[in-house]
Ligand binder design. Structure first.
Ligand code: HEC
Ligand code: HEC
Length: 150
């Protein structure tokens, strides 16, 4: 009986230490002196100020919206998609990010999937960061009246 109590006691003492170990690992070994949670991602507010002004909007129906924030260091490969950390249906509210379009959950045969369709996985094929730069080639394209920004 004593033995069991000893084992339980040892567990009770070591569990919080174990939990702390796991936590510190998640932040790459960083620990806050004030014992606050150490954020490993930039805050959404920061991202909003990060760019060339507010989102530029769309020039034609079905245009993939331009990205109004920096995409440096965001990993998108077969192992991870860091865009989904903020833009997935599940996480978007938390980050104040736009939810990815429902169209992104349909495969090319129009079937509704439970997760992002494989043909939408590599976001940067269609979405590019916005830039108020001089066009490399002259372009006389005019958006339809209903999409014009006045
Ligand atoms: C840390 C969170 C975060 C990550 C990671 C992130 N975004 Fe965003 N994204 C945001 C927020 C917040 C906004 C809204 C900014 C605004 O409204 O000014 C946004 C806006 C956008 C928009 C514009 C949507 C619209 O309707 O105008 C696109 C497109 C976009 N992001 C694509 C991406 C892509 C592609 C990646 C990965 C390369 C990515 N984002 C990674 C937070 C994030
Ligand atoms: C094959 C091209 C393509 C790929 C790949 C793609 N998108 Fe899109 N995306 C679009 C188009 C086109 C629209 C606008 C039309 C629509 O809503 O379907 C859009 C819309 C969006 C919007 C705006 C939704 C809204 O309600 O305003 C967000 C945010 C977004 N995409 C994020 C992403 C993220 C994150 C990824 C990667 C996981 C991604 N997209 C991959 C083409 C693409």
């Amino acid at each position: 009986m004593n033995k069991i109590i000893n084992v339980l006691l040892a567990l009770a003492i070591s569990l919080p230490a174990f939990a702390e170990m796991v936590n510190t690992n998640e932040t790459g070994g960083l620990d806050s002196l004030r014992k606050e949670e150490v954020s490993t991602e930039p805050q959404a507010e920061y991202m909003k100020q990060d760019q060339e002004g507010p989102a530029m909007g769309r020039d034609f129906v079905d245009m993939p919206p331009l990205i109004p924030h920096s995409v440096d260091r965001y990993q998108v490969d077969k192992n991870a998609n860091s865009c989904l950390r903020c833009h997935s249906m599940k996480n978007a509210d938390k980050w104040g990010a736009t939810k990815i379009a429902v169209s992104h959950y349909k495969n090319r045969d129009g079937q509704q999937l439970a997760d992002v369709a494989p043909n939408r996985y590599f976001c940067l094929i269609c979405h590019v960061p916005q830039k108020d730069a001089k066009p490399l080639k002259e372009n006389t394209f005019e958006p339809v009246e209903s999409l014009k920004k006045h």
